[in-house]
Design a protein around this ligand. Structure first.
Ligand code: FES
Ligand code: FES
Length: 624
């Protein structure tokens, strides 16, 4: 890779610009370097489309094209669409239809739509769907996107579409059955998006704000591609951090030689386990006191999954940082790995945590990070008195969140020598508290800024990069930015817990009279959200049908796989999926109507939740 920069003359948003770009620099990097921050990066595989700009009017993935290859071209970014602060009709339509959630994909969607409507001013739905197909949206989906394009097309044809209004309804006191407004059933236009529906309790007087639908208050800046996300800034003297990860699922690091990496011009710091204090912590962003175990350190001499942290570098450019990573020599003692949670429980299985300085693992020899038991009523009696007993076993896999904005963090010291972490997190206050002991600073000297985040879905309810970034800033006294690659999101962030779910259900007449759940949760290499997610899974999975006799028995198990964490639904998805499948199987076997059978048995408004006192979120719960 050559360091030399060349002049690139292009027209960007109708202004002639001269950029200095590297020989291999992508158009994406060149545009962001020139502060066109609406252009996003979401992958390293030419797949997501959030980097789309218009090159001579054509949607083009800017990550996949060299900047020097667009010499003389006309480039449009979303910054060029608004005039005098007024939104372009396409931006207005996206905002009005609620087609923007996190907004990370929005600039690319809007540009794609612009190019499409320039060519096809009156498209049908199939044409619209094909047109927006190349930009992935992880939050909003596409139903509202299609509505936005139709609305934008109408605006651009000079028509005045109907105001996009919400539907109003009254929430009845007995909320077991809610009659929705007729339009909400979409009987005639199946593909129209559901209009926003505001249900107000009968006794609540309508207020100016409460009970009213509201256009997304921060939608305009997202539609305009303003620099609202963590890495949408340049800081004077900022260094780029990069992480070396383990290629092995289980290994001891016998030695690391980072001397060649440190000697590389442009490298300012290389940190390994030899360079920072060994302070135990847990990465799950949870209230103090965090559930044990504290089974991690910022950098360890053991790696427990492919993608585990090995070393971290800060350098003048990302390219130099990555080059430095390749110069780090690691001597691994590769060990047998265990990747199946049921195998991990067997005698003689490799121990994922054999270290002696982690407290609070339930049974380290059996790889059980935590064990949960709870019951209600008399389960034996419940099964004995049942007319039928059914059993089902279900396996659910890991699943990645795939928020389009990767984890990103910028750390720096402010004018009062406070450490500032500008980070893409869902838990800024937890991060502040959790990072303090790791870097030896009091909490009051740490400030965490959470800008807009481009999706998180639970994966940013965890401290993933902040401690490493902070260590690099303290070492170099310079701002440092770290951003995960998409590959790192899969192997070095978190996932939904894989589970082995075994239900036993007793039926008396057409009632669920007893339910037992034996659960094995796979937390991967670290405990993170092991206790809380699996406890919630048991609670929700046994409360949906809330019988009088219940037993929950759960082992959460370490494996040499990337750690699991929080994910939308927080354990409920897996256990509720399994019981719903089993309930359908039972109805079929007993010749019952599935919906009626479920309706008779599901928990009703006002019912006490039988396990609510025993199963809270990582601790005892309360009566509900
Ligand atoms: S396709 Fe360009 S960043 Fe994903
Ligand atoms: S709004 Fe599309 S990815 Fe978040």
């Amino acid at each position: 890779m050559s360091d030399s920069k060349s002049e690139l003359k292009v027209t960007i948003n109708q202004e002639i610009k001269t950029l200095m770009v590297g020989q291999d620099e992508s158009l994406l990097d060149a545009l962001r370097q020139a502060s066109y921050f609406s252009v996003k990066s979401g992958c390293d595989t030419n797949s997501c489309g959030v980097c789309t700009v218009l090159v001579n009017g054509k949607p083009t993935k800017s990550c996949h094209i060299k900047a020097l290859d667009v010499k003389g071209a006309e480039i449009t970014t979303v910054e060029g669409l608004s005039k005098d602060g007024e939104m372009h009709p396409i931006q207005r339509a996206f905002l009005e239809t609620g087609a923007i959630q996190c907004g990370f994909c929005t600039p690319a969607q809007i540009l794609t739509v612009k190019s499409f409507l320039d060519r096809n001013p009156d498209p049908n739905e199939d044409e619209i769907r094909k047109a927006i197909n190349n930009v992935i949206c992880r939050c909003t989906g596409y139903v509202r996107g299609v509505a936005a394009v139709k609305r934008a097309a109408a605006y651009l044809r000079g028509e005045t579409p109907e105001p996009y209004v919400h539907l109003e309804g009254v929430l009845p006191k007995d909320a077991t059955r809610i009659d929705l407004p007729e339009a909400f059933y979409r009987r005639e236009a199946e593909h129209l998006p559901l209009p926003p529906l505001v249900l107000t309790p009968a006794e609540m007087p309508l207020k100016a704000v409460v009970g009213q639908a509201e256009t997304k208050v921060d939608g305009k800046k997202l539609a305009q591609g303003k620099p609202v996300f963590t890495s949408d800034i340049h800081m004077e003297g900022m260094l780029y951090g990069s992480l070396l990860t383990s290629p092995h699922a289980n290994a001891n690091i016998r030695d690391i030689d980072a001397s060649k990496a440190r000697a590389l011009p442009g490298v300012h710091a290389v940190l390994t386990y030899q360079d920072i204090p060994r302070i135990k912590y847990a990465t799950g962003g949870q209230s103090y006191p965090q559930p044990l175990p504290y089974d991690q350190v910022s950098l360890d001499n053991v790696v427990r999954h492919v993608g585990d942290r090995v070393a971290v570098v800060a350098a003048e450019t990302l390219e130099i940082a990555e080059q430095a990573l390749r110069l780090i020599e690691v001597d691994y003692e590769v060990l047998l790995a265990i990747i199946d949670p049921e195998e991990a429980l067997k005698p003689g299985a490799p121990m994922v945590h054999a270290e002696n300085d982690t407290e609070g693992i339930f049974d380290a020899k059996r790889n059980v990070v935590c064990h949960i038991e709870a019951d209600y009523g008399n389960i034996e009696k419940g099964f004995k008195e049942a007319d039928h007993v059914f059993e089902g076993e279900y396996h659910t896999p890991k699943q990645q969140h795939v928020h389009l904005e990767p984890h990103a963090c910028i750390s720096y010291l402010d004018e009062d020598d406070r450490l500032v972490l500008r980070t893409s997190t869902q838990v800024p206050f937890h991060v502040r508290r959790m990072v303090a002991p790791l870097i030896g600073m009091p909490v009051k000297k740490i400030r965490v800024i959470k800008p807009r985040i481009g999706g998180g879905f639970g994966n940013k309810q965890e401290m993933i990069l902040e401690d490493l970034c902070a260590h690099l800033t303290l070492k170099t006294q310079r701002p440092v930015q770290m951003v995960y690659t998409r590959t790192q999101e899969f192997i070095s962030s978190r996932s939904r817990h894989a589970m082995v779910i075994r239900y036993k259900i007793g039926i008396k007449g057409d009632r669920v009279s007893a339910a037992e759940l034996n659960l094995i949760g796979d937390t991967g290499a670290y405990g993170c959200h092991a206790l809380t997610v699996n406890m919630v899974g048991g609670f929700k999975g046994l409360t949906l049908y809330n019988p009088d006799n219940i037993r929950f028995n759960c082992d959460v198990v370490y494996t040499n796989t990337p750690p699991a964490g929080a994910f939308r639904g927080y354990g409920a998805m897996q256990c509720e999926y399994a019981i719903e499948v089993l309930m359908e199987e039972i109805a079929e076997k007993l010749g019952l109507d599935v919906v009626e059978f479920k309706r008779k048995n599901w928990i009703k408004v006002g019912d006490a939740m039988n396990l609510s006192k025993k199963l809270g979120e990582g601790r005892e719960g309360v009566e509900q």
